[in-house]
Design a binder for this molecule. Structure first.
Ligand SMILES: [Zn+2]
Ligand SMILES: [Zn+2]
Length: 90
């Protein structure tokens, strides 16, 4: 993890859960066994690790909410609409 990737993941978390907008942690997408800080999507504890989450029942989750790659595209789109944290006034 680098300072730049940590800053990126902070911005991803600040978007809030992609599904329900609650406070989120960063989920590493696992297409093609890639694990990369830059390929992360924000999910709340329920959607990340709960009973019908991306970790516990990935197929069901993706049937309802779309594939990890689709959600990654959504994350990138939201980030491009958001001002970077360092530009926000305190
Ligand atoms: Zn995860
Ligand atoms: Zn959620």
């Amino acid at each position: 993890m680098t300072a730049a990737s940590e800053r990126h993941m902070q911005r991803v978390r600040e978007l809030g859960c992609l599904i329900c907008q609650r406070p989120a942690s960063a989920h590493n997408i696992r297409e093609e066994r890639i694990k990369d800080d830059w390929l992360t999507i924000p999910l709340c504890p329920d959607h990340h690790l709960g009973a019908f989450s991306i970790h516990k029942s990935k197929r069901q989750f993706e049937n309802i909410y779309g594939s990890e790659l689709h959600l990654l595209a959504e994350t990138i789109k939201k980030l491009s609409e958001n001002k970077p944290t360092y530009l926000l006034s305190k």
